[in-house]
Design a protein around this ligand. Sequence first.
Ligand SMILES: Nc1ncnc2c1ncn2[C@@H]1O[C@H](COP(=O)(O)OP(=O)(O)OP(=O)(O)O)[C@@H](O)[C@H]1O
Length: 412
Amino acid sequence: MSILKIEDLTLIFGKEKEEALSLLKKGSTKAEILKETGCTVAVKNAAFEIEKGEFFVIMGLSGSGKSSLLRCLNRLIEPTSGNVILNEVNITSLGDKELQNVRRKEMAMVFQKFGLLPHRTVLENVAFGLELQDIPEKEREEKAKKVIELVSLQGYENQPTAALSGGMQQRVGLARALANEPEILLMDEAFSALDPLIRTQMQDELIDLQKTMHKTIVFITHDLDEAIRLGDRIAIMKDGEIIQIGTPEEILTNPATDYVSSFVEKVDRKSIITAASLMFEKPTVAIFRKDGVEGTLRKMRSSGLTALPAVSTDKEFLGFVYLKDILEIKAKGHHTIEAAIITDIPVAYPETTVETMLPFIAENGRAVPIIDKDTRKLLGIVAQTSLLIETTGTSWENITGNSIDNLQNEII
Ligand SMILES: Nc1ncnc2c1ncn2[C@@H]1O[C@H](COP(=O)(O)OP(=O)(O)OP(=O)(O)O)[C@@H](O)[C@H]1O
């Protein structure tokens, strides 16, 4: 269910907004509009929906329009045209008082530079929003203490915030936003001012917090790694336009433009790409425990495959059968392939990442069977070549028998 719907939102800075808007509608570019009217198109025709409970990241380089777009969501900046609909209420047509209520109670913002009152204590800062709402002292302290605990700042309640480290100040900022129990958290480069180690720690904490809070989070960053770590979905912005929205995996496996491709090129794909997107769904020719040796040999010959997955009658994965083992048991006079099934094959699930599957190649030397976690049914197979390509960045076109061996040696 979508909690926030952004309809055709455009934001123009400058005096000649109307003229700029009409030029934009006629198809003029951002550069042309700037030249003709002196106006900057900060956000152009943004349209998307954010689901309740979703961690939605807006990513783009400096100047791409992320902060402008975020600020339009709670109307810290007035959009030039378009609508922002929160729980079916059109924010764009609210009066001042209602808007203030929305900002206090429904959409809280966490800023990069914390925006704290330096001489007030942690507790006073966290309770500040509640104070503005005239909530009695005892009640606001109770609420504030709860969220202070949530962000692991208990013990620091009476410290002035100026005395805290950057990471701790950002925790206060987060706690202050959470104190109002908003449905939506808007986070503007919230971790960008922190040093890398603290930043990763804060990312982990936010991920953990989100698992219990189930808030809807709109998070802005210029850092793709951060976007990928945090986002359920990522919107990529360039020159005021959203050029792609998708899960991290969708964006990596299917970049919409060359610009996105060049962005994602350096990302370590191993920890993001999962079996689900590499799997061959019709996994070769599965064979059954009681299948005959001769029939199986024929299947291998016609398919060109020297290893086949064996399954039970209800498609549960049993193991792999290799050509050499079949020939061996044939020589011993076996009629069914049962004795040739190698059962201790490591299996993976659709959500298993390439990183986790890589060691399986070393163990198994072949494809990785993908099974359903509950039913244990065989869903498909990930070829070792696919894993090698994802790991090394080599393309299918460059893969030869030789390079598979080389690549495999490289990995193992
Ligand atoms: N108050 C303003 N007046 C005029 N132009 C502005 C204003 N604020 C932003 N802009 C312009 O709007 C465009 C988008 O800026 P915005 O700050 O939203 O980008 P951003 O992606 O958030 O960048 P950053 O990460 O550097 O904050 C830029 O071209 C910027 O120069």
